[in-house]
Design a binder for this molecule. Structure first.
Ligand code: COA
Length: 330
């Protein structure tokens, strides 16, 4: 029994925010952003749009592609670092929107690697026969939590909003499906990319003074993240290939987490892949964290970049640090 990706879907907000627009809020330039990150524009939600709304739209697209009604979903796994509320998780709000009371809804909190952690759990549920059909979603609203002053420019230019979803189903044809998943984390680097406040370690969890200092905004040591990402991502790809007795020469398509075009290019070169074997859409969406891989996957399917029998690798690295990979026979 294998887990197959039966449908893919995505949703990004209508509002396009160009680099030029960001220059109105902070001291930055289109040239700096494009040169350092490859990002030209990103999407931001309009007031009132929730992560659950975006997740629902991406999920319905994935269900349609799979030829399934929402009622076929037996479990929801939702990855996000920007939940609609401190609790409960966005998964149950998505469940409510889809009208699926009673089934389990699990939120995953492993940031940029969240989609792959979620995939690993869903794959295990399906292979062990616990659930036949699992809806797996990555969704992020960054725009409401960014420091849009010059103080926050190193981070705020990188992130965008969006959602991506896949429907995972059980299949016994023996060829297709998820071959393996490989997960890692190293909490020694937890504070290299994080949002310190609001924090339940403190009473109150946030104060006006802390907010004035911008301590509720994400903070990042960019160079440190970069340095680790370009080592861990190729390593995780190799790990997945080796585990299946395969090599880079067998790989048809790599979908890396979209953190930064320069990271993607380094990963591509280190693995010896050609540019057209590696998916990149960061120019249009920026970094949508848990949503980058499923959005890029859904676009790859629609763009005809995957054919039955292709070997696909998904790989991510991010806050935690967390990283991982999944190998899929399409
Ligand atoms: N616009 C203009 N200048 C900016 C800027 C912006 N948006 N953000 C930072 N700068 C400035 C800095 O203040 C610094 O100025 P200084 O030299 O006068 O101090 C200068 O640009 C260089 O900053 P630095 O941090 O050294 O740049 P960098 O080459 O390391 O690039 C990143 C910054 C963030 C693009 C890069 O470190 C990176 O891509 N890191 C990985 C980030 C990532 O992928 N995170 C998500 C992981 S999931």
């Amino acid at each position: 029994m294998r887990t197959v990706i039966a449908g893919t879907g995505f949703y990004v907000p209508d509002r396009v925010v160009t680099n030029e627009e960001l220059t109105r809020y902070m001291d930055t330039s289109d040239e700096w952003i494009v040169e350092r990150s490859g990002i030209r524009e990103r999407r931001w939600v309009d007031e009132g749009m929730s992560g659950a709304d975006m997740a629902r739209r991406a999920s319905l697209m994935a269900l349609e592609e799979a030829g399934l009604e929402p009622g076929a979903v037996e479990a929801i796994v939702l990855a996000t670092l920007s939940p609609d509320h401190f609790f409960p998780g966005t998964g149950v709000f998505l469940q409510k929107e889809l009208g699926l009371p009673g089934i389990p809804a699990l939120d995953v909190r492993t940031q940029c690697t969240g989609f792959l952690y979620g995939m690993s759990v869903a794959d295990a549920w399906i292979r062990t026969g616990q659930h036949k059909t699992v809806l797996l979603v990555g969704v992020e609203i960054h725009s409401t939590g960014l420091d849009l002053t010059t103080r926050g420019r190193d981070i705020s230019v990188l992130f965008g909003d969006g959602a991506g979803a896949v429907v995972l189903t059980a299949d016994d044809d023996g060829e297709r499906g998820i071959l393996s998943t490989h997960l890692h984390a190293d909490g020694r680097y937890a504070e290299v990319l994080w949002a310190e406040f609001a924090s339940s370690k403190h009473h109150p969890r946030i104060t006006r003074e802390l907010m004035d200092e911008g301590r509720h905004y994400p903070r990042m040591q960019g160079k440190e993240v970069f340095k680790h990402a370009i080592v861990r991502m190729p390593e995780a790809v190799q790990e997945a290939l080796t585990a299946n007795g395969l090599t880079v020469a067998d790989l048809d398509l790599l979908i890396p987490h979209q953190a930064n075009l320069r990271i993607t290019q380094m990963v591509q070169r280190r693995l010896g892949l050609s540019e057209d074997q590696v998916v990149s859409n960061i120019d249009r969406y920026g970094n949508t964290t848990a949503a980058t891989i499923p959005i890029a996957l859904a676009e790859s399917v629609r763009g005809g970049r995957l054919e039955r029998g292709n070997l696909l690798c998904l790989v991510a690295f991010g806050s935690g640090f967390t990283w991982g990979s999944a190998l899929v026979r399409w």
